[in-house]
Design a protein around this ligand. Structure first.
Ligand code: HEC
Length: 287
């Protein structure tokens, strides 16, 4: 039994050494430029929900939600999130009901066959800022602000090199929030000689080109926090990115917790099977 476990810990150690050596070669340094879009590799951040034991930071999610309501929600929809999902962020049923009632949704048809407006209930999905896609496009100089529900999972820019192999082993899955954070903090003046269309803003972290139609949506002191966290673009960008990871995968923390228990069970079970096998065969004479 002891030999079995020492073999396991030796293999884990060897695995870690290989991963560490490999990471030096595989990961291009952050801020590196690429030959494709995005021009710069998203900057890796520390997230409470990363890794094997990742869990949500509820305060951060609440701050991110506030940013969505006060800023991003003016242009971006959240079609797949319903008001009652907000209870997972620590809000009470009454708070959610009150929040939902501030919005209007289209319901119907009624008995006369007509659609009608009513105030939203907790079971409704977030109402969109625009009536339809065409209205959204025409209000944004011809560009459609994408729905944000799954954005954090839908963007995973390559980090170059052989990092995609390493990411599998280091369970790195935060490409999306790292991308959103980098985009929000990465606006800068276009380098000399770069031609940027009018109404576009240069951003080397944008996945679709060297500039995008969204003006920098955040600036310092824009949103007030009541928990003492810094009211800076950097903090705002982190909080909204974490919130968008939650909208994309609300069950992430529960999945990690379950996964850990399953792995623990499988390891114990493997040990027991090995031990049983040794017991059963120990008295059998080998010919
Ligand atoms: C005034 C409207 C407006 C506001 C406010 C706004 N956006 Fe946008 N956003 C857009 C538009 C339009 C695009 C599409 C840009 C394009 O296609 O060039 C966009 C694109 C994006 C993208 C890039 C998506 C991609 O395709 O990779 C992200 C990320 C994003 N917005 C995040 C945010 C966040 C986070 C906020 C709030 C802090 C926010 N936006 C606020 C209009 C807005």
């Amino acid at each position: 039994m002891i030999r079995f476990f020492s073999k396991i810990s030796l293999s884990i150690f060897a695995f870690e050494v290989i991963i560490t050596l490999f990471s030096v070669v595989a990961y291009p340094s952050e801020q590196d430029s690429t030959l494709h879009y995005p021009l710069k590799i998203p900057v890796k951040q520390e997230w409470s929900f990363s890794g094997l034991f990742g869990k949500w930071d509820q305060g951060q999610l609440q701050r991110g939600f506030k940013i969505y309501v006060e800023v991003c929600g003016a242009c971006h929809s959240l079609d797949l999130v319903s008001y009652r999902n907000l209870e997972q962020l620590g809000y009470s049923e009454a708070q959610v009901k009150e929040f939902a009632s501030e919005y209007t949704v289209v319901d119907g048809p009624n008995d006369d066959g007509e659609m009608f407006d009513r105030s939203a209930q907790p079971s409704d999905f977030f109402s969109s800022p625009y009536e339809n896609k065409k209205a959204a496009i025409s209000s944004n100089n011809g560009a459609l602000p994408p729905d944000m529900s799954l954005l954090a999972k839908a963007r995973a820019p390559s980090r170059g090199g052989l990092s995609f192999i390493l990411d599998l082993f280091t369970i790195y899955a935060e490409h999306g929030p790292d991308y959103i954070y980098s985009l929000l903090t990465g606006y800068q003046d276009a380098p000399e000689g770069t031609n940027i269309d009018e109404n576009l803003y240069y951003n080397p972290y944008y996945i679709g080109g060297d500039a995008l139609a969204m003006a920098p949506p955040l600036y310092d002191q824009l949103i007030s926090y009541d928990d003492g966290m810094p009211e800076t673009v950097d903090q705002y960008a982190k909080d909204i990115s974490a919130f968008l990871m939650w909208t994309a995968e609300p069950g992430l923390a529960a999945r990690k917790q379950r996964g850990f228990v399953v792995i623990l069970f499988l390891m114990t079970f493997a040990g027991l099977v090995y031990y049983t096998k040794k017991r059963i065969w120990s008295n059998v004479v080998h010919c």
